[in-house]
Design a protein around this ligand. Structure first.
Ligand SMILES: *[C@@H]1O[C@H](CO)[C@@H](O)[C@H](O)[C@H]1NC(C)=O
Ligand SMILES: *[C@@H]1O[C@H](CO)[C@@H](O)[C@H](O)[C@H]1NC(C)=O
Ligand SMILES: *[C@@H]1O[C@H](CO)[C@@H](O)[C@H](O)[C@H]1NC(C)=O
Ligand SMILES: *[C@@H]1O[C@H](CO)[C@@H](O)[C@H](O)[C@H]1NC(C)=O
Ligand SMILES: *[C@@H]1O[C@H](CO)[C@@H](O)[C@H](O)[C@H]1NC(C)=O
Ligand SMILES: *[C@@H]1O[C@H](CO)[C@@H](O)[C@H](O)[C@H]1NC(C)=O
Ligand SMILES: *[C@@H]1O[C@H](CO)[C@@H](O)[C@H](O)[C@H]1NC(C)=O
Ligand SMILES: *[C@@H]1O[C@H](CO)[C@@H](O)[C@H](O)[C@H]1NC(C)=O
Ligand SMILES: *[C@@H]1O[C@H](CO)[C@@H](O)[C@H](O)[C@H]1NC(C)=O
Ligand SMILES: *[C@@H]1O[C@H](CO)[C@@H](O)[C@H](O)[C@H]1NC(C)=O
Ligand SMILES: *[C@@H]1O[C@H](CO)[C@@H](O)[C@H](O)[C@H]1NC(C)=O
Ligand SMILES: *[C@@H]1O[C@H](CO)[C@@H](O)[C@H](O)[C@H]1NC(C)=O
Length: 745
């Protein structure tokens, strides 16, 4: 509570979208949710196409989609290449001054205040046989440069040489951010017409243009475009200054900051041994040197380490194992002379021994690699952090059990397919049998993210603190595998979805069971929202995430989506997630996550329980496909009875269903603030349940209002009813509950 709105992600299953480390995944270039290319051009962050995709307005790339393929523009300039090491290529036009009739000229200019033209990589070039070309900055104050080119006879001109005959070139001063080009002809091309009617000038990347005498003829050269290399950098501060403003510092994990030449602005570079985009969280990823460059000498074992690698010589050999170093060799030993027979025997035995040795060695190697990998994974997945946390905290419900990879392998019969209980986009759940015959559910997420380690640990700690009979219990975790594994108690009786929507017409949940499940689920959520020491927002409440045990006691599960609210908004927008139909529209629009999003999803669950209908059903007419809309529109038309589940609806419980319907309706109000809290919901449902159990407690009440609930609602029910007024409404009308219902349980 308080200042930090912390929502916790309980089930790391997911650890979210951005997760990396999977070797096969291609490293991100743009921010999540941003376009990473425009046409053929890759747009790496800090560049982007608007909103939070670009770091500042100066890095805004206008992707013009009216071209096929799409073309990116920086200001007026088409961009053809962007690299994260501080440069980009744009296209510039050729200025011209032509003495045909009618006389025509066009002088282009350049202005991008955030970017400078790299003076070592570009040149100013002019061509023509009667040409004076000048380039100066916009206000004509800081620099002016240019060159002259003349030829008496176009036949004098030689290809490839820009030395003043037909073509001239000059270099550009440092830190040029604007230029105007102007061209002049002392003799109006009089003496070189008609062979050379035009003078041309342009700024271009060195080597992008090779002079050819034929370019002097005609007018085609007017439409040529040339690449220019521009330098970019972040901000106007030095690294030291920028570093103080941690929130806005552009260099992320595993990168270093590099000052620009005059300490105005900086660039980020991945540390040695890492590659990727240093401006993105986790952009710099470890290079697997062992795979990419096999740096070790033939016999040595290569181990990839974060940022580096290690070559180690197998037992009996010495050296540093590196290709570039001493390699691995057998230590020198004195060789004694032996007879040929013994030598042959020796060779044979030696050979056998060697064979055996190799087999043994391979085996050892494998074991060693495995254990090394496990240790590395353990560290990467925060095992050490977890141990630390554990040592700090005493008096927990029970110790966090840290399982070994082996234990879980055994428990799942080596992740045998037959043990799969469920599979989702985010991971697979296996049924496991531990050594002590305890049955557990083991979740294996698809990917793990080192940057999330701290959160991961935090979440494990939080999950451990949660002890609620209606929340699935986390028993432990395993950090030795590349992706963390989570071990849960095994819930025997499948999901609420299965029980509500199976096609078996003979078995269905009775209304009492549904109400009890709804109440207990509400209590669990209310507990998560308020009773737990850090408020937890589940974010993916749906039938499929409510497990049932043999007594139909609900257990809220799958906390994959719940999490701490990240502090910067950009991230929130990337993680809007949930299940269609259950997803809070307000959250979807604003990305602002609150407890009320769970209330919305819960309201939808109530509607499903009331109607027995699926959230999204294509058998319904188009405007009614999404249950919350269908439900509320029927309610508005007072036709709710049309949709209530006929299998459970009867004269005795119709009022109660109506009450729950009103509650469900309030839960899905568009404005989060108008929805009740989970606590209020739990309270009301508990009230309904209690009354249902003890109908005698109020059997003497009159029932004048009951007709309302059989088709018509007084308008006060429709808008903003407080929990107490609902309770009263209920009390005053419900006088028909009989014992039959009790018997049905
Ligand atoms: C990205 O560029 C657009 C267009 O200039 C601008 O509106 C937006 O504020 C920029 N984003 C940031 C984070 O500055
Ligand atoms: C895209 O380019 C076309 C043609 O040059 C131009 O008319 C249009 O305004 C551009 N669109 C944007 C969004 O810049
Ligand atoms: C370059 O020339 C093309 C074609 O004439 C024009 O559309 C574009 O705007 C020019 N670019 C600049 C930066 O002036
Ligand atoms: C962009 O630059 C990279 C590296 O300099 C190069 O490999 C790539 O071909 C370039 N792409 C274009 C479209 O020029
Ligand atoms: C110009 O480019 C070179 C080579 O890429 C680079 O070393 C140099 O720092 C750049 N100049 C500026 C001012 O950034
Ligand atoms: C450069 O060109 C711009 C735009 O055409 C113009 O406003 C400016 O005055 C020119 N500067 C010089 C020194 O000619
Ligand atoms: C250019 O040189 C060619 C051959 O060298 C000659 O035939 C021609 O008359 C010359 N043109 C001029 C304008 O001097
Ligand atoms: C110069 O190059 C052009 C084509 O680039 C060629 O047609 C011409 O013959 C060359 N001239 C000389 C003098 O080599
Ligand atoms: C070139 O043309 C301009 C304008 O058409 C004229 O004022 C000038 O005198 C001419 N110069 C020569 C050398 O012909
Ligand atoms: C340093 O950068 C600033 C800001 O771009 C620029 O105004 C200044 O001229 C540069 N100084 C030097 C010495 O390059
Ligand atoms: C590299 O491997 C050798 C031999 O296994 C070991 O002694 C050394 O500590 C390792 N270095 C690192 C940085 O892990
Ligand atoms: C391995 O190192 C040894 C000793 O330096 C060297 O003789 C051998 O050629 C190296 N082998 C390879 C494959 O690099």
């Amino acid at each position: 509570m308080g200042s930090i709105r912390s929502v916790v992600l309980m089930q790391l299953m997911i650890l979210l979208n951005v997760i990396l480390t999977v070797k096969a995944s291609t490293p991100a270039v743009a921010k999540p949710g941003c376009r990473s290319r425009c046409g053929d051009v890759i747009i790496p962050y800090p560049f982007g196409t608007g909103g939070d995709c670009n770091i500042t307005a100066g890095f805004f790339i206008n992707c013009n989609t009216s071209f096929i393929p799409h073309k990116p523009f920086l200001g007026d300039f088409e961009v053809i290449n962007i690299s994260t090491d501080g440069q980009l290529r744009t296209l510039s036009n050729t200025s011209y001054d032509c003495y045909n009739t009618p006389w025509n000229r066009l002088f282009y200019y350049f202005l991008l205040s955030e970017f400078s033209i790299n003076n070592t990589k570009n040149k100013f070039t002019a061509i023509g046989c009667d040409t004076v070309a000048v380039m100066q900055d916009f206000d004509g104050q800081r620099y002016a440069t240019g060159c002259l080119s003349f030829c008496n006879n176009i036949t004098d001109v030689s290809n490839g040489s820009c030395s003043g005959v037909g073509c001239c070139q000059t270099s550009i001063p440092k830190d040029v951010r604007s230029y105007n080009i102007s061209l002049g002809s002392p003799f109006n091309h009089t003496y070189v017409l008609p062979e050379n009617p035009c003078s041309y000038a342009f700024v271009a990347e060195i080597d992008s243009y090779t002079f050819s005498a034929s370019d002097l003829r005609g007018f085609e050269f007017k439409s040529r475009q040339f690449p220019i290399i521009l330098d970019w950098k972040i901000g106007h501060n030095s690294c030291n200054e920028a570093n103080m403003d941690v929130d806005n510092f552009a260099c992320k994990e595993h990168s270093k900051c590099v000052d620009s030449e005059n300490n105005s602005g900086y660039l980020c570079k991945c540390l040695e041994g890492y590659e990727g985009n240093p401006y993105l969280p986790n952009g710099c990823q470890d290079i697997n040197e062992c795979e990419s460059m096999s740096p070790c000498n033939g016999t040595a074992i290569c181990t990839n380490l974060p940022g580096t690698y290690n070559c180690s010589c197998p037992g009996g050999y010495e050296g540093d194992g590196k290709k570039s170093g001493t390699g691995c060799s057998l230590p020198n030993k004195d060789q004694s002379k032996t007879s040929p027979l013994i030598a042959a025997l020796g060779v044979a035995i030696g050979f056998l021994g060697l064979l055996l040795g190799i087999v043994l060695w391979c085996w050892m190697l494998r074991q060693r690699q495995i254990s090394k990998l496990r240790e590395a994974n353990f560290q990467q997945n925060g095992g050490i952090l977890l141990r630390e946390q554990l040592s700090k905290r005493q008096g927990y419900r029970e110790d966090v059990k840290v399982f070994t990879a082996e234990e879980l392998e055994k428990a799942t019969n080596n992740y045998n397919e037959s043990r799969i209980l469920g599979q989702g986009g985010l991971g697979t759940v296996y049924k496991g049998i531990l050594a002590d015959n305890q049955i557990v559910a083991i979740k294996k997420s698809i990917i793990g993210d080192p940057s999330q380690v701290e959160q991961f640990i935090n979440e494990i700690m939080v999950l451990y603190k949660i002890n609620h009979r209606n929340v699935v219990k986390l028993l432990g975790c395993c950090l030795e595998t590349q992706v963390p594994l989570l071990v849960y108690e095994y819930i025997t009786n499948r999901t609420l979805f299965h029980h509500l929507h199976n096609d078996d017409a003979t078995s269905y949940l009775s209304w009492e069971t549904r109400l009890r499940i709804a109440t207990e689920t509400a209590e669990a959520l209310s507990y998560l929202h308020s009773a737990a020491s850090i408020p937890i927002i589940h974010r993916d409440i749906k039938l499929a995430n409510i497990l049932l045990d043999d007594n139909y006691t609900p257990k809220v599960s799958d906390f994959g989506a719940s999490r701490l609210i990240p502090s910067d908004e950009a991230q929130i927008t990337t993680i809007v997630q949930g299940t269609f139909g259950y997803l809070d529209p307000e959250y979807m629009l604003s990305s602002l996550l609150t407890e009320k999003s769970d209330v919305y999803s819960y309201g939808v669950v109530l509607m499903e329980l009331l109607t027995g209908q699926k959230v999204v059903c294509f058998k319904r007419p188009e405007e009614n496909r999404v249950l919350p809309l269908y439900f509320t529109s029927l309610m508005k038309e007072d036709r709710l009875l049309d949709i209530l589940d006929p299998r459970v609806l009867n004269d005795e419980n119709v009022e109660q269903l109506m009450e729950v319907a009103i509650l469900a309706r309030r839960c899905v109000r568009v404005k989060g603030e108008e929805r009740p809290t989970m606590k209020e919901v739990a309270h009301e449902l508990a009230g309904l349940q209690a009354i249902a159990k003890h109908p005698w407690s109020k059997s003497n009440l009159v029932s004048e209002e009951s007709e309302y609930l059989l088709g018509k609602f007084p308008s006060t029910y429709d808008d903003g009813v407080t929990s107490s007024s609902i309770g009263m409404g209920y009390d005053s009308i419900n006088n028909k509950i009989t014992f039959e219902l009790e018997g049905a349980r």
